[in-house]
Ligand binder design. Structure first.
Ligand code: PBG
Length: 329
């Protein structure tokens, strides 16, 4: 005789609602946004259906729309012209640079939007690496100084949280110290603590033209700074170091193939945990949906909810706007 029957609590939508262990809401979303020079310009990114690079004016318009749908945080990436790229990445802290002007414009138009600029040198580097290169190697400490200057210039422009995605050692401390010294005690750091060297970043790199360049003199991938995807204990090590250095939020990236890491980090720490549903994950879902192989809306809501189940507090996702529209229906 079976007395314990799990199906009893699945009989109706109302009953399932009562025993639901987590929920997905628009408050969980951070929308990554690609910005380019110009006016009234919008270019589709072919491997990411529904996602565009936009000039600042249209980016502001998009931010207003996002905010009215309930998406209250954006993560910013710049498409930098080739003539502004070099090995030092100095355009990254130009007071009048594309990033700084974008932050100001969004802050003016949608003051309550949480603005999280990406901090890393790759879009500004002639080599497409996240750090400065000397003798064929990515140098750590000189890169940290650049990242700290970049972060302060983002804070000056009005950023709420800076988001270093570069994976240099000690950069959270370097950034925290620079922010404190410049009077930006209230600007937070969302640290990509466990960021893996992943093939799922492909569509993003083509959107920004930021892939490591094909050049015999430099490493052809990011494996000397991003993590090896075979490892999980190392993610905790990275996480604890970043917390010690002053991180406010811990990010795991990529997302769907790394839910074990999200869950493990969630168990280990009390700080907010963020997860990045990256470009390649978005591209896979869209490709299948466009072929009629997956139900687009259901697959989006299910995958985003799985991040919550794994323990994430916030989700960086290109599907943020679409998911908000689905949830608001
Ligand atoms: C670069 C950066 C990358 C992404 C975010 N910041 C690419 C990389 O590390 O090469 C990828 C995001 C995505 O694929 O959606 N610092």
């Amino acid at each position: 005789m079976i007395y314990s029957r799990n199906r009893r609590l699945r009989v109706s939508e109302s009953m399932r609602g009562l025993v639901r262990e987590c929920s997905l809401s628009v408050n969980d979303f951070v929308m990554p946004i690609f910005v380019m020079e110009g006016e009234n310009k919008e270019e589709p990114i072919s491997s990411m259906p529904g996602i565009f690079r936009r000039s600042i004016d249209l980016t502001v318009k998009e931010c207003k729309e996002l905010f009215s749908l309930g998406v209250k945080a954006v993560n910013l990436y710049m498409k930098v012209s080739d003539n502004l790229k070099d090995n030092t990445g100095k355009e990254a802290w130009n007071k009048n640079g594309l990033m700084q002007n974008t932050i100001k414009a969004i802050k003016d138009a949608v003051p309550e939007m949480v603005i999280m600029p990406d901090v890393a040198l790759d879009p500004y580097s002639i080599y497409g690496h996240d750090g400065i290169i000397e003798n064929g190697k990515i140098v750590n400490d000189a890169t940290n100084e650049a990242l700290a200057r970049m972060s302060v210039s983002h804070a000056e422009a009005g950023a709420d949280i800076v988001a270093p995605s570069d994976m240099m050692d000690g950069r959270v401390l370097a950034i925290r110290e620079a922010l404190e010294e410049s009077g930006f005690q209230d600007v937070g750091i969302l640290s990509y603590a466990a960021k893996y060297a992943s093939s799922f970043y492909g569509p993003f790199r083509s959107a920004l033209d930021s892939a490591p360049k094909d050049n015999m003199e430099i490493p052809k991938d990011k494996k000397t700074y991003q993590m090896d995807f075979h490892n999980s204990r190392e993610a905790l090590n990275e996480t604890f170091k970043d917390i010690e250095e002053g991180a406010d939020i811990i990010m795991i990236k990529p997302g769907l193939p790394y839910l074990d890491i999200v869950s493990k980090v969630r168990e280990a720490i009390d700080l907010p945990v963020a997860v990045y549903n990256v470009s390649g994950e978005y591209a896979m879902l869209k490709a299948a949906a466009q072929n009629g192989w997956l139900d687009n809306d259901k697959a989006i809501i299910e995958s985003l909810t799985c991040f919550k189940r794994a323990g994430a507090d916030m989700i960086f996702t290109y599907a943020a706007k679409e998911a908000a529209m689905i949830l608001n229906k």
